[in-house]
Design a protein around this ligand. Structure first.
Ligand SMILES: Nc1ncnc2c1ncn2[C@@H]1O[C@H](COP(=O)(O)OP(=O)(O)OP(=O)(O)O)[C@@H](O)[C@H]1O
Ligand SMILES: [Mg+2]
Length: 490
């Protein structure tokens, strides 16, 4: 059963139950008030028939009843009647006296009314003393007593103490059916509006969600869902859209990885194939006796050895990179004093610097020893990779290297800068990608595997730091990386 149908059902049942309860309550009220199981339409008649007069009016009525029983003739006395009428008027009632079919006294408030038509006929047994009547369009309750003015002549008379009843009561009586219709109409309208409201705020968004889920099932993730409200449904729509966005992003990332993987495979194949071809060529040369002299033979064997070493280095680096990538290379962090650590590495490379005619400039603060938390061996690898790049790519004199250490709030920034050829703006964002080499250097004697900076990035990110490069073609390259400063909390 759909929610829409259930809602329709529940609204209908609310309307039906309300109507039944309303009618039942009205009926029970009328029964409770009248003590009679008659229809509700006679509710007011019955009520006023039972209680037509107030206590004072009742007393005056009993008074006059006494006269009617014992001295009926006195009820022809206009003065006496006017006096009673006056007293009745004080309690908002009026007096009417009838002789046969003639009205001999009528309260002034009833002047101009055709009472004879409205008054009930004689009931000499006085079985029905109290009742209601309509005269014209006015509604009265009354107490009546029929008697004989003279039993001999059979001259009949009646006294009426009448009281006009609220037109409101009468109005309610006539308006009751209309009121019920209006009540039901309002109930229906409210139900309908409520149903539409719920449909619009719950069912429609739910339908949209279902359609979106179907889109996702079919692999379409490019649409966007907009929440139309801030309630729970709106939040659900919003969360659903966030989920879609994340799914979309992760699929894009997956595709990107897939693309990378293909690229990687093609790069590896290429980079392995080139030295293999060379090795094969030289080996064939030796086999075919091309290297006839010892000198040539040495050259061939030397070339084979160099290429094999290159390949070994590539495979080693690749293995190392993939270990880092798979988080299989554990980091063993320790406290490292940055300044002396960098100086030691530079000292180890002093001969290299000399060979390349490179001068090294240091920029560091000496106030306090600066400790960082690092894996010594890996950090050394990063620095050697960066220095190696500078040495490899610097191509004009004077060759200058700058090593700088800067202390910030919580981290240290290390800069290794050279005045080499720089990196082209288009290449700069890619140099940290594995196998990325700027075009001219690819396959060049100076060119490596394009893994040095990728490994450096893996290691620095493994330390929770960041690494980036700034470069101006022709001016030089600066590579920066950050490390967390070690704070002794003991
Ligand atoms: N100091 C630099 N000056 C100019 N270009 C640089 C410098 N450092 C890096 N590059 C450019 O960035 C590329 C990527 O550097 P990376 O160290 O990753 O690879 P590589 O040096 O070519 O090979 P590997 O380090 O694996 O031997 C280099 O090929 C080079 O084009
Ligand atoms: Mg390198």
């Amino acid at each position: 059963m759909s929610i829409r149908f259930r809602l329709l059902l529940s609204f209908t049942s609310v309307v039906v139950v309300s109507v039944i309860l309303f009618v039942l309550t009205a009926y029970l009220l009328s029964v409770a008030a009248t003590g009679d199981f008659r229809s509700i339409s006679s509710f007011y008649n019955i009520h006023y028939s039972l209680h037509p007069l107030s206590e004072e009016e009742e007393n005056l009525f009993i008074d006059m009843k006494y006269w009617a029983k014992h001295e009926p003739e006195r009820l022809k006395d206009q003065l006496l009647l006017a006096d009673y009428d006056y007293q009745l008027k004080m309690v908002q009632a009026g007096l009417v006296v009838r002789q046969n079919n003639k009205i001999i006294y009528a309260a002034p408030t009833l002047n101009g009314m055709d009472l004879t038509a409205g008054l009930p006929s004689y009931d000499m047994g006085n079985n029905s003393i109290r009742n209601t009547m309509n005269v014209g369009n006015r509604f009265f309750s009354y107490a009546k007593f029929d008697f004989y003015f003279s039993p001999e002549t059979g001259e009949k008379g009646s006294i009426f103490v009448i009281r006009e009843r609220s037109p409101f009561a009468e109005m309610v009586r006539t308006l009751l059916p209309i009121l019920i219709v209006i009540f039901v109409a309002i109930l229906l309208l409210t139900g309908f509006l409520l149903y539409r409201y719920v449909t619009r705020t719950i069912i429609h968004p739910l339908n949209k969600l279902r359609q979106s889920a179907e889109h996702i099932k079919d692999g379409d993730l490019t649409f966007q869902l907009q929440a139309t409200s801030r309630d729970e449904v709106g939040q659900l729509v919003l969360t659903f859209d966030q989920m879609r966005q994340q799914l979309y992003d992760s699929i894009q990332l997956q595709l990107h990885y897939e693309e990378n993987r293909k690229q990687l495979l093609s790069n590896i194949s290429h980079d392995l194939r080139t030295p293999i071809t060379t090795i094969k060529g030289y080996a064939e040369g030796i086999r075919d006796g091309v290297a006839q002299t010892q000198e040539k033979l040495d050259k061939y064997v030397g070339a084979i050895h160099t290429k094999a070493t290159d390949m070994e280095r590539l495979v080693d680096e690749l293995l190392y990179y993939s270990k880092l990538d798979l988080n299989k290379e554990p980091f063993s962090f320790g406290q490292v004093e940055l300044g002396p650590f960098l100086h030691r590495i530079a000292d180890e490379l002093a001969i290299e610097f000399d060979n390349h005619a490179v001068t090294v400039k240091w920029e560091e603060e000496h106030e306090q020893p600066l400790f960082v938390l690092a894996d010594r061996e890996k950090l050394k690898r990063v620095i050697i990779n960066l220095l190696d790049n500078s040495l490899k790519y610097m191509n004009q004199s004077p060759k200058q290297l700058t090593i700088a250490i800067e202390r910030n709030d919580e981290q240290a920034t290390i800069k290794i800068a050279d005045n080499g050829p720089g990196i082209h703006h288009d290449s700069l964002p890619h140099v940290f990608e594995r196998f990325y080499r700027e075009e001219p250097s690819r396959g060049q004697a100076a060119g490596g595997n394009g893994l040095g900076l990728a490994i450096a990035r893996q290691i620095i990110e493994g330390h929770g730091g960041t690494i980036w490069a700034e470069s101006e073609p022709g001016q030089g390259t600066s590579v920066f990386f950050t490390l967390k400063i070690f704070v002794d909390r003991r």
